[in-house]
Design a protein around this ligand. Structure first.
Ligand code: MN
Length: 486
């Protein structure tokens, strides 16, 4: 049954895309089929796989949503519709620098528009992964644009869904286009380090294998390769000092159950000296995205520093495939629940997805939603505030009313006389909070003041204000001595 539905989808998509070519010169159908393959590798459910095959048909061919509904049912149509909406919402983009911050704003709206089904985002991620893998066929300016967007939007999204393998591939490929020189430098550096650590690593692997075998523990031991992009980011944090990075070489030990994880941790510490403050119990306290593992950094007898990651098979599968893995474990019985937003089985740490879906449903029904209560982990460093008309604006935490005003429009920012927050007159020094409704009061006669620099935290607002003050000073008669800043 299942195979026949997928085969039928392939036939329909092949016919629909007939005559269309990719930039590489390949027939277009190569792309949807590759997306299908990726979704199969992630063990996604059948509706998602079929929607992957059909994901570009409604936008790019004469096939309609109605056709898909008739042929493949409501579930598939719903997913294809979500993917189509997602790309429509992004298609207004002109230049990347104005588009990117907007996308980050829009991501919540996109999630709300499509997020009643997180599988839409998973299809989008598979779509992006294949486009990245074939990026070399595009002209350089497009390559940069797509790569940059991937680093800013899609790789973080993969991380939030704990799709570790996807995050690493996406960010490394994208980074190689955004900054090829740096990418190659770091790649060489990492290779060189790994080569010189090879001998030590082999010795440690032997010691550990011997120890665990003696204790009759079943285990898998492998080296973990650090992603180039995460090395790049870490180096920036540590003043480019590669010796301050302790997880350059890491070994991963996969065992059968949680008790054994702790046992192995103890055994490693009996063999090597643990570095203080570097034992992390992500089993008892998982990361926000649900990642679980024990981490410890130790110093070996030859004074080498090495990190160990210890986890069960399930944890490992989950760290590699994240949300997609939970589909695998729960098979298709929960598909319907995903569609209707009744997700019960997600790990505690991914409950934000459920919350988001519930919020989305309420927003669509015209109800007010308390964003304060929503754990918007996807945007942990952001707050979302509303205009009186209900438009959502995202700002960095700690933003002030003038940041909001300049974000709406520099002309609004330049004429602010006051602000109402949640209907109450408030001070321009008031920090905005999640879910605030912010109304900016303006007057044509009011102009920008240099004292506003103290009431602004975002670079965007600061730049606009600087421009406006610069413009104002041009009309000041030359005779007037320059004023001191207040
Ligand atoms: Mn596509």
């Amino acid at each position: 049954m299942g195979k026949r539905r997928v085969d039928k989808a392939i036939k329909v998509a092949t016919k629909a895309h007939e005559g269309q070519l990719r930039k590489s010169g390949d027939p277009y159908i190569v792309h949807p089929l590759a997306v299908m393959k990726i979704l199969q590798d992630w063990h996604m459910d059948e509706d998602t796989i079929i929607a992957g095959v059909l994901h570009d048909t409604v936008e790019d061919t004469s096939l309609t949503l109605e056709d898909i509904k008739n042929e493949f049912g409501e579930g598939v149509a719903h997913l294809v519709d979500g993917v189509t909406k997602l790309s429509k919402a992004r298609s207004g983009m002109r230049d990347i620098d104005t588009y990117l911050p907007q996308t980050r704003d829009n991501l919540l709206r996109l999630l709300i528009a499509t997020g009643a089904d997180i599988r839409v985002l998973i299809i989008k991620l598979a779509d992006r992964l294949h486009n990245l893998r074939t990026l070399s066929a595009l002209p350089p300016d497009k390559q940069k644009k797509i790569a940059k967007e991937t680093l800013e939007v899609f790789a973080p999204l993969a991380d939030r869904l704990n799709m570790g393998r996807l995050r690493v591939e996406m960010s490394d490929v994208a980074f190689s286009y955004v900054d090829p020189k740096r990418y190659n430098e770091l790649k060489d550096l990492l290779e060189e380090r790994n080569r010189s650590a090879e001998k030590t690593l082999k010795k440690i692997q032997e010691e550990i294998s011997e120890l665990l075998t003696r204790e009759k523990i079943k285990f898998e031991l492998s080296g973990r390769i650090k992603s180039i992009y995460s090395l790049h980011k870490k180096l920036a944090k540590y003043d480019q000092n590669i010796d301050a990075i302790y997880d350059l070489t890491a070994l991963r030990i996969i065992v059968d159950d949680i008790t054994t994880c702790y046992l192995v941790l103890g055994l490693i510490h009996s063999l090597y000296t643990p570095m203080s403050g570097r034992i992390k119990d992500y089993i008892a306290m998982p990361k926000q995205n649900g990642y679980q593992s024990l981490h410890t950094t130790v110093i070996t007898k030859d004074k080498k520093i090495i990190e160990f990651q210890i986890r069960t098979k399930e944890m490992h599968e989950y760290a590699e495939h994240g949300l997609a893995a939970s589909f695998y474990y729960n098979e298709q019985k929960i598909t319907e629940n995903y569609r209707t937003g009744k997700i019960q089985h997600l790990p505690m740490n991914l409950l934000w997805i459920t919350e988001l879906q519930q919020a989305a449903a309420q927003l669509r029904a015209g109800k007010k939603v308390n964003l304060d209560k929503l754990k918007l982990n996807l945007f942990a460093d952001k707050i979302f505030v509303y205009t009186p008309k209900g438009d959502i604006v995202d700002l960095p935490q700690g933003s002030l009313p003038l940041d909001f005003a300049y974000r709406l429009h520099s002309e609004i920012g330049g004429h602010v006389t006051g602000v109402k927050i949640n209907g109450k007159m408030s001070n321009l020094n008031t920090k905005l909070k999640h879910g605030d409704v912010v109304e900016i009061l303006t007057s044509k006669t009011q102009t920008a003041k240099s004292s506003w620099f103290d009431k602004i935290i975002t670079p965007h607002a600061r730049n606009k204000l600087r421009q406006q003050l610069g413009r104002a000073s041009e009309v000041i008669p030359k005779m007037t001595p320059p004023k001191n800043k207040k």
